[in-house]
Structure formats: structure tokens, C-alpha cells
Design a protein around this ligand. Structure first.
Ligand SMILES: [Zn+2]
Length: 497
């Protein structure tokens, strides 16, 4: 056993003021340990997520890697986490608590922070679950219908569903990992107030000069459904969005909804169903001749038929189901008020466009100078540390209502990602090239990535355009696991704000 663990002396000392953010390297997943100093000098530890993508593989067994990470968390904190925040129920944010359960068994957890979307009794959560359940059911329906005609597409769709979601979540149930954490934490989450809501301001117990602002998820279903800003061209409720219409058609619930009838291109009168076309309709001869309904009797070729083609948006639906959960991400901004000017760290989890859009408008009464209120926009302006949304995907960092508002010249970004695995095993562009270009400009290349942890003692090389003093003060605030045997083996990298 590690001697550091045995005597419970935390191996990660908190900074005099501010916070140290240790980003673990699960491969592909989020796991952040934050260390603060309380007024009496003792440390306070907060863990934001602990997960690895359930398909991740890169040499080392992912379960073994998560056990090494959990053991390091135990050693770093003296087996005591004051707060555990789980941002959303995807495997790459959660499965540390599955693979390294026995190690977490031994770690004390005082408080659990979950977004209001994890409160099953919340009326808006109920609506969201209904919407989500309907979409999952529709997609399963689509897979069943596509399967006899196109096995490859059906398998692909199933793959998208299995993408980041634990199977319990697909069934609308809570994951075993969240149940475990709820059971372990002495603070039981029962009432609405026990969950985190946008607009709240929280403290780290015993720590002065640190405020935690809750940014998201927004309590607005329209925003949670919004994955991409530019695709949202239709006014709410005036028409169905294409995926909603698709879901309704698949589930045969279209006739219950007037909006569906209004969205039809032709009146019902002109419709010839697939069954009619193949059998008794006056025009059925035409269909048999050209569309191969009875191929054994020498009728026209089947390839002309498009009756399965309308199922193609199923893939978009699958992606959207996955993104719903991303958009329920708990997003927090941590303000260090002992710094002059104040500094903010933004942890955006996997928030997508709709979640982001709600932040600038947020108001926190009484939290600004001289008892005035402070807005989300002002906190974004003070941001000096940005945990990049959704592993650097193209739709999880907004421009004008996001990155461009982070105008502090000292901005540093952290990205938990394995670009090579994302590309080669999954075909994802994480991080997206355009976003990375913007981040490089914005931060002067002060980007800290799990797939670029330095090996040995040599700090990251200064880019040509960077000022030598600036770069030195950046690297002085960095530290990393120096014991790694080879590339990709390092367990963590950290930065102190
Ligand atoms: Zn993620």
C-alpha cells in the first residue's frame, strides 16, 4: 500500500490562496480534483466528475487506469473529498465510480452536487424525461424497422445510442454509479434545494474568498433541446422541428398533434400508403410495375423504392438523444475574490449551445461590488481558466456568447481529450480544428491537454510568438505526474490559479 495513503496525510497541498486544479488523464473522460485552503489552513477538496469512455482503449486497461487515478485521488486528499460534483450521466464523466468502486469505498465524501435535472421529483425534469424517453423509444422503433433492410445502418444507430450512455440511462433509470454516490454521501438529496440550480451562489465549507456560481443547466426545455445555435430557425411551437416530426411519425402519434397535420406537405386526401401501393389501390399496378413489389413475378426493380429512406434522420435523432444529456450538464464558475482583479474558473462540462446561451443573462443579486448584482457576462469577462466544453467538440463552446466574452489576456484552457483515439476509433474531431485555432489565439497557446502531458521534468516548450516572462509564469504554475514511463502514461497535470 502507498505509505502516503496509510497515514492519511494529503499529498496534494492546497495553494496559499486560489485553487489548484489537477486534471486527471483517464484517456477520454473528465476527472478534476480541486484543492482549496480553508481559513484554518486545512485543505478542502472538490472532485468534478470521474469518468472514462466505456469504449476507450489505449494500451493500458481502462479499469486499471481508473484504479490508479482513484488511488491517486485517495492519496492526494488523505481519503477525504469535501464535495463531489457529477455534471451529467455519461460514462466518460461517471465510470471511475464503477471501475474503481472499491477505492472510492474507502474515501469519505461529505457532499454531492447534482444539477436539478437529476431530481426525479422536479416537474421540469419529469417533462424532460418524457421527451427523452419518447425519443429513445422512437429510435429503437426506427432501428427495428431499418434492420431487415439495412443491417449496417441499424448497427450504426445502435452504436450511436451506446456512445456515451450507460444502459440504465437509456431505460430512463438512474445509473448505479449515481445511486452509489447518493448512498455514500451523508447529505441526502431530497428536496429541490438539495440540487443545484442556475443563479445559486455556493461556498466551499470553511474557505474564504471563493464563491461558486451555478450557471447551468437552464430551467428551460427549449434551451436544453437547443444543440446548435444556427439550426434554430423556426419560432418555438409554430412548427415542429424535423426531429420531433420524425419521432411522431415513427411512433404513430402524429395524429394526436395538430402541429403534425399542419406540417404535412399535402392534404391527407392525396396520400397512398405503402400497403395500398402494394395491393388494392387503383394505382397499385403502376407501383408494382416500377417499384418491384412482387419481384418474383418479374416486376420493376426494387431499388427505385424509397420507403425506408425516410428513416435516415434516425441517425440525427440518435445524436440528439445523446446531446440532450450533454445539455443537462451542471456548469459552475468559481470566483477567487482574494485576487485583484477577481479571477474566475469556468467548468463547462459537456454543455451545448442552449446551456451556454443562458449564462450571460444570469444575475446574481448582491454578489457584485458594493452589494450590487453581478451578471454571468461579467463573470465570463473575468474568466482566466476555461475547462473546455465537451472535449473540444465544435458545438460545445459558443463564440460571441462564450469564448469571445472571455477577454482576460491571462486566459488558460484545459482540454481532457485523446485526439488520436477520438479520430481513429470513433471518427470524431475532438478537439475541433476551428475551435483549437481560436483557443490558441485567445490563450497565447496556454492550452493544457491530457494527451500532451510533458514527459519527465521538461516543461512545455515556449511557442515562438509567446513572451518569455509570460510563458515562464505560466509554466511555473504547472505541475504534472513525472513518474510516467511513456507517452500517454501520465496520470495527471495541474495548474494553480
Ligand atoms: Zn464528455
Amino acid at each position: 500500500m502507498n505509505p502516503k495513503v496509510k497515514d492519511n496525510q494529503p499529498a496534494l497541498p492546497p495553494p496559499e490562496s486560489g485553487v489548484t486544479v489537477r486534471m486527471y488523464n483517464p484517456g477520454f473522460g473528465d476527472c478534476f480534483l480541486l484543492a482549496f485552503r480553508a481559513e484554518d489552513g486545512s485543505p478542502r477538496y472538490m472532485l468534478i466528475d470521474c469518468g472514462v469512455h466505456h469504449q476507450y482503449h489505449n494500451g493500458e486497461d481502462r479499469q486499471e487506469r481508473m484504479k490508479r487515478i482513484a488511488a491517486d485521488i485517495a492519496a492526494a486528499t488523505g481519503k477525504h473529498l469535501h464535495i463531489v460534483a457529477v455534471t451529467h450521466e455519461h460514462t466518460d464523466h461517471l465510470y471511475g465510480f464503477k471501475y474503481a468502486r472499491e477505492i472510492f469505498d474507502d474515501i469519505q465524501i461529505d457532499d454531492l452536487w447534482l444539477a436539478w435535472t437529476e431530481n426525479g421529483a422536479d416537474p421540469v425534469t419529469k417533462q424532460l424525461k418524457q421527451l427523452y424517453g419518447r425519443s429513445v423509444a422512437a429510435l429503437n422503433h426506427a432501428i427495428a424497422r431499418i434492420s431487415p433492410m439495412n443491417r449496417a445502418l441499424a448497427a450504426k444507430l445502435q452504436g450511436v445510442l451506446d456512445f456515451e450512455m450507460p444502459s440504465a440511462e437509456l431505460k430512463g433509470e438512474e445509473t448505479a454509479e449515481l445511486k452509489y454516490l447518493r448512498g455514500k454521501c451523508p447529505h441526502k438529496l431530497q428536496d429541490s434545494d438539495d440540487y443545484r440550480h442556475p443563479g445559486e451562489v455556493l461556498a466551499i465549507p470553511g474557505v474564504k474568498g471563493v464563491k461558486v456560481y451555478v450557471f447551468g443547466p437552464p430551467r428551460n426545455i427549449g434551451l436544453i433541446k437547443k444543440m446548435n445555435e444556427k439550426t434554430e430557425l423556426y419560432p418555438e411551437l409554430a412548427a415542429l422541428d424535423e426531429l420531433e416530426a420524425f419521432t411522431m411519425a415513427l411512433m404513430d402519434i402524429s395524429e394526436e398533434d395538430k402541429r403534425f397535420a399542419q406540417s404535412r406537405p399535402f392534404a391527407r386526401f392525396f396520400e397512398i400508403t405503402r400497403e395500398q401501393a402494394g395491393s388494392n389501390h387503383p394505382f397499385s399496378g403502376f407501383f408494382r410495375q416500377y417499384y418491384g413489389f412482387k419481384k418474383d413475378t418479374g416486376h420493376g426493380p426494387e431499388w427505385r423504392r424509397i420507403d425506408a429512406d425516410w428513416l435516415a434522420p434516425a441517425e440525427q435523432l440518435a445524436l440528439k438523444i445523446n446531446s440532450y444529456t450533454n445539455n443537462t450538464s451542471l456548469v459552475i464558475a468559481i470566483e477567487i475574490t482574494t485576487a485583484r482583479p477577481h479571477k474566475v474558473l469556468l467548468f463547462a462540462a459537456d454543455a451545448q449551445a442552449g446551456n451556454w446561451l443562458s449564462w450571460p443573462e444570469l444575475e446574481f443579486p448582491g454578489e457584485g461590488p458594493e452589494g450590487k448584482s453581478i451578471t454571468g457576462a461579467e463573470l465570463l469577462q473575468r474568466t482566466v481558466f476555461y475547462k473546455v466544453g465537451h472535449h473540444g467538440s465544435h458545438n460545445a463552446t459558443l463564440k460571441s456568447k462564450g469564448l469571445e466574452m472571455m477577454s482576460n489576456i491571462g486566459l488558460v484552457a484545459m482540454i481532457p481529450v485523446d485526439e488520436k483515439w477520438a479520430k481513429e476509433a470513433q471518427g470524431w474531431e475532438h478537439p475541433a480544428k476551428n475551435l483549437l485555432d481560436c483557443l490558441e489565439k485567445k490563450t497565447g497557446r496556454r492550452i493544457i491537454r491530457t494527451d500532451e502531458i510533458p514527459l519527465g521534468n521538461k516543461p512545455p516548450a515556449k511557442p515562438n510568438e509567446a513572451d518569455a516572462d509570460d510563458w515562464r509564469s505560466f509554466t511555473e504554475r504547472l505541475d504534472w505526474d513525472r513518474s510516467a514511463a511513456g507517452a500517454g502514461q501520465s496520470l495527471w497535470i495541474q495548474y494553480t490559479v
